[in-house]
Every structure is written in C-alpha cells, then in structure tokens.
Write a protein that binds this ligand. Structure first.
Ligand code: 13P
Ligand code: SF4
Length: 341
C-alpha cells in the first residue's frame, strides 16, 4: 500500500486562499484545541470551548468559520445571532452531547420538580434552552456552590465531571446524567498507571471528562495515589500549565490534538499522551479544503430558532460571565493557585 505523501506546499496554497477569502468575506476562523494541526495553524484564534464562545461573542467579523463541533458552533450562533456561523462539515458531532436531547431532559425534570438544571457546555441548543445554568469544567464547582444547598440539582451530561463536582462540593442532592464521551472514556486508570511507571517525574494533566480523572480524585482522597503532580484542567488550562510549572515532562490525558499546541508553545518540554489512540473523529473531519469550501460557498450555516436561542442564551451568558473566574481544580496542594480555565 502506498502512503499518501504530505505536501506542505499544497497546504500553504490553501491557507493563503483561505486567508484571502476570509478577508473578503469579513470572516474570523476559530479552531478548537483538538483540531488538526494545520487547521489550528490557519485559524485566527485557537482555544477551549469557553474561549471560543467568548471570542464568538466579541468578534466584530460578520462571519465566523467554526472549526470545532456542532454544539460549539450552535453556542456561537446563540451568542452572536446577527453573525453568520459556518461549520465546515456537518458530520462534526459530539458523542457526549448526543447522550441527551430536549425531550429526555424534560422527562428528567418532570421526575424532579423544582430541581435546578446545570448543563455542561457539551449539549445541544435545545438542551441548553431547558437548563438554568451552563457550565464548563473550570466553573462547574463554583456554579453548583452558588445554588442554595437545599435545592436538588440535575447535572448533565458528563458522569465523570458530575462525579467530580459531587465529591468536591460534598452535596448529596446532585443527580448526574450517565453520559460519557467515548474518546475520554477510553483513557482509563490503566493507561495512566502504565505511563506513570514509565515517566515517574512527569506531571499529569487530566481533562475532567476522562474516566481516569474521577478515579484519580477518588484514589487521591483515599490516599492510594500521591496527589503531587496531578492537575485536572480544561483544554486551555492544560495549554497554560507547562509555562508555570517546573516540570519538564507531562503526561497528557485528553484528546491528542492538544499536543500540537502544547509542543509548539513549550518547545523545551516533553509531552506524552496517556493514550495515543484518544482521537476524536468528529474533531478531525474538518480539513483545510473543507474550511476553504466553507468560505467559498458560505456553508454550512448554523442557526438556532430565536425562541430556543433566547432561552439558551441566559444559561450560556451565566457561564461566559462566571467562566472568567480562575477556579483551581488542582489536586496538588503545592500548586493550588493554578488557573483551572
Ligand atoms: P474544553 O471545554 O476543555 O475545550 O473541552 C471540550 C470538549 O469537547 C472536550 O472533549
Ligand atoms: Fe465530544 Fe468527546 Fe469529541 Fe469532545 S472529544 S467533542 S466530548 S466526542
């Protein structure tokens, strides 16, 4: 079998056409930390889901080309109803967001009348519209703590983040939706233990969607694992961590797309994936030719009906506002001042 030969000059040509067309269309290109390296390099802004929401809300550009997944583009459309939001490939879904739809949430709410609904940002617009608060991994604990202690909470859709929030807040009255992301669920304690044995001095950067994040929290609280060097961070928190850490080596427990930026921004440090098969196929469907086609044909427009958008906006605006507060999720007492966002 002949392997496809990577042709950088072809990429450079497409990138210059993208840049030219983006200027003509008054478009900004946003890319998530899990996007293909060449798509990240072509973007005006690369970040985590919260950072991209913020950027979408404040951009002056008329068009947003969203190189991420569908729920993130929907969030941009909700925050910027006067802008045109384009998703280069409609197949860019999210297995976690797909675990619950509006009807299922309404049914769950009926079973718990009066409960406050806190939804992680990985949800559809319809689910956000049924929610009281949206949250990210960085502010989930703050948001739950701000809700009166006697109110029941429905937390969705990620069971690992939900378990983490329940443990940290000590609240018994949180019901957690049993959703999970197939990519992060594949990064388990076995991967971590194997890598830890190989790299004993490395710091662990763990995304809260990983099954191993919850296991790490449990293991640390039971004393079975040394808390030193364990950091639970959003993707952007991971990007910032190496610059303020004395460690030279990091085991990274999240989707492997993040390694591109980590290595580029920290060329002297070493990054080891906890599981090098942790690849989000939804994030990788976006390619440079599709970004170009998206601008050429102004496709695929992501819209949210005004009624759903108005309801969802309240929940998202709370997240965007609270998300600015650094919330340490570190398990390592010696580094507790590190930003969790
Ligand atoms: P972040 O909010 O940390 O960018 O994560 C989004 C996501 O989909 C992770 O799988
Ligand atoms: Fe969704 Fe998982 Fe992909 Fe993140 S990594 S976008 S949670 S499927």
């Amino acid at each position: 079998m002949t392997e496809a030969i990577y042709d950088q000059t072809q990429d450079e040509d497409i990138v210059s056409r993208i840049k030219l067309l983006a200027r003509e269309r008054d478009a900004v290109i946003l890319a998530h930390n899990y996007q293909r390296p060449e798509v990240q390099d072509a973007a005006d802004f690369v970040g985590d889901s919260l950072g991209l929401s913020r950027e979408a809300a404040k951009t002056k550009a008329k068009v947003i080309v969203f190189c991420g997944v569908h729920f993130m583009a929907e969030t941009a459309a909700i925050l910027s109803p006067d802008k045109t939001v384009l998703l280069p490939d409609m197949a860019a879904g999210c297995s976690l967001a797909a675990t619950i739809d509006g009807a299922q949430l309404r049914e769950w709410k009926n079973e718990h009348p009066g409960a406050v609904v806190v939804s992680y940002v990985n949800t559809t617009a319809e689910v956000k519209a049924e929610s009281d608060y949206c949250c990210t991994s960085g502010n989930a604990v703050d948001i739950v703590n701000s809700i009166p202690a006697d109110r029941e909470i429905l937390f969705l859709p990620d069971m690992f983040l939900g378990a983490h929030v329940r443990r940290v807040t000590g609240r018994e009255n949180i019901h957690v939706w049993m959703g999970e992301c197939h990519v992060h669920a594949g990064i388990d304690p076995e991967n971590i233990n194997a890598q830890r044995a190989l790299h004993p001095g490395a710091e662990f950067l763990i995304h809260p969607e990983c099954g191993c994040a919850t296991s790490a929290v449990e293991a640390v609280s039971s004393g079975a694992v040394d808390a030193t060097g364990v950091q639970i961070l959003s993707t952007e928190g991971m990007i910032r961590r190496p610059a303020i850490s004395d460690s030279e080596e990091f085991i990274v427990a999240t989707e492997v797309g993040i390694l591109h930026r980590l290595r580029r921004e920290n060329p002297t440090k070493r990054f080891i994936p906890a599981n090098d098969r942790a690849v989000c196929a939804f994030m990788k469907v976006t390619t440079l030719p599709k970004v170009l086609a998206s601008l050429q044909h102004m496709q695929h427009r992501i819209t949210v009906d005004p009624d759903t958008a108005a309801k969802a906006r309240r929940a998202i605006e709370r997240m965007v506002a609270v998300g600015g507060t650094p919330t340490p999720l570190s398990l390592d007492p010696s580094t507790a001042e590190d930003p969790g966002e």
